[in-house]
Write a protein that binds this ligand. Structure first.
Ligand code: MF3
Ligand code: CO
Ligand code: CO
Length: 297
């Protein structure tokens, strides 16, 4: 092995973001805060992660189409339909609005959205054999590309409008977890770990668990960007969230164990280890000087 390769191998896992100042330009308030955090050994973003106002407008427009998809599904999801029919509706709406699905073809994913029913945590693949029944809880997760900008959101739908009390509570608590994450971000310069910590506390208080193997993520110019947004953890850990950053919060909340596995056959479907139900909601947010604003209403 060449000495170069050795060096690179040894450097794996030692990458760290560094906030750099623009030469000849006076430090802004934001520069000062980020540099101070960096000096204290905190994880900080790079300038690449800060979106311009124009980019944020583009992501906002992608968010409008994305929201339109999830709204459209509200009246369409019913007992007796297959998850493939949901995918058809998503594909049709997306195309009709001049957008593209980011899921379709992503790492070989074959459909335009993810449909995750009951014990499926996420990344369920729409298919023509899975028929929805009254009382099922289903997450539909869509990521929409418009003019090159990405917006990512998901919602829970209760088939037939009614389910049992426990599953309803799971759906409600998962929603509250997302709202709690949003509230933590009601001002800039919080840490990703602050979000996860608050979400985990709320889930636990309600007797539920938080999935650890999957996280929210930066988004906007690509499907998945830095940082990872864990939905558990300790305050003050993870990346500092500063104005101009665009990211998702998407807590996956389980009725039983937090442990999950991935279906060996399709390589995508994530299922709870104990096969008890799971629920998830997701929004894309932009951090501003006044806290986050949701881009996928
Ligand atoms: N939309 C999912 C997320 O929230 C990712 C789905 S990847 C896919 O990050 F390939 F399964 F679509
Ligand atoms: Co996402
Ligand atoms: Co998503």
């Amino acid at each position: 092995m060449s000495p170069f390769l050795c060096t690179f191998a040894a450097m794996n896992g030692k990458k760290k973001n560094r906030w750099t100042i623009i030469k000849g330009q006076e430090l802004t308030e934001m520069d000062r805060i980020i540099l101070a955090a960096q000096e204290r050994g905190k994880e900080v973003p790079t300038r690449r992660l800060i979106k311009t106002p124009e980019q944020i407008e583009g992501i906002r427009r992608a968010g409008v189409v994305n929201t339109g998809i999830l709204d459209m599904l509200t009246d369409k999801i019913h007992a007796g339909m297959t998850t493939l029919e949901i995918d058809d509706l998503v594909a049709e709406y997306t195309a009709a609005h001049g957008a593209k699905s980011a899921c379709l073809g992503y790492e070989g994913f074959p459909k335009s959205c993810c449909t995750s029913v009951n014990e499926v945590v996420c990344h369920g693949i729409p298919n023509d054999w899975e028929v929805l029944e009254d009382g099922d809880i289903i997450n539909v997760d869509c990521t929409t590309i418009l003019d090159g900008y990405f917006a990512d959101a998901s919602r829970m739908y209760v088939v037939g409008g009614k389910t049992d009390a426990k599953r309803q509570k799971l759906v409600d608590v998962a929603w509250e977890c997302l709202k709690i994450g949003e509230e933590v971000c009601s001002k800039p310069y919080v840490y990703v770990g602050d979000i996860g910590n608050a979400i985990q506390k709320h889930a636990r208080k309600n007797g539920f668990s938080v999935v650890r193997d999957l996280a929210g993520h930066g988004t906007g110019l690509e499907f998945h960007e830095e940082p990872d947004v864990d939905h558990y953890g300790h305050k003050g850990t993870g990346m500092l969230l500063v104005p101009g950053m665009v990211f998702t919060i998407e807590p996956m909340i389980n009725m039983g164990t937090y442990e999950v596995f991935c279906d060996e056959d399709d390589g995508w479907t994530v299922v709870t280890e104990d096969e008890l139900p799971s629920a998830q909601w997701e929004h894309t947010f932009v951090m501003t000087e006044h806290g986050v604003e949701v881009l996928t209403h």
